[in-house]
Design a protein around this ligand. Structure first.
Ligand code: ZN
Length: 154
């Protein structure tokens, strides 16, 4: 195992053991949206407070495998305090990370390397796509966040 993989594993374990932004927000006014990944049994509830197109606060509850819990913790720290445009960009980048790698699994050519530097800690989850069944674990929090944003802005 390379040093980079060690680092990534440590980041994921750190978020799993010490999840960020854990808890609930009063709803209303917070937007509350639940997500579920039946393939693995992962559950998440996302609470959002949006003011003036800024995601001023986010809290999460839920339970599931280490990938789903680490990904939700990393998602919350990546988007808290960001403008809604930045949040949507982050969702797009993360989904691209999962999709690009997924498509490379079906080809024999050299893998397309996404720009991991722009993703910061989230790059730690890039290795998940070697295990396609876990992709839904990693994307659950992001899909749920995306739904919550749609409800806030509709
Ligand atoms: Zn899972």
């Amino acid at each position: 195992m390379s040093n980079l993989e060690d680092l990534y594993r440590d980041i994921i374990l750190d978020h799993y053991r010490s999840p960020r932004n854990r808890g609930e927000l009063p709803s209303p006014p917070a937007q509350r949206v639940e997500g579920f990944n039946p393939l693995c049994g992962d559950e998440i509830t996302v609470y959002l407070n949006v003011e003036d197109d800024v995601l001023v606060d986010i809290k999460l509850t839920g339970q599931g495998c280490s990938i789903s819990q680490a990904s939700s913790s990393m998602m919350s720290s990546a988007v808290k305090g960001k403008s809604l445009d930045q949040v949507r960009d982050a969702i797009g980048s993360f989904k691209e990370l999962m999709t690009v790698r997924e498509s490379t699994l079906e080809q024999d050519g050299p893998p397309l390397e996404p720009d991991l530097r722009s993703l910061g800690e989230l790059a730690a989850l890039a290795g998940v796509v070697k295990f396609p069944v876990r992709i839904k674990c990693a994307t659950l929090a992001w899909n749920t966040l995306s739904l919550a944003l749609d409800e806030v802005t509709s």
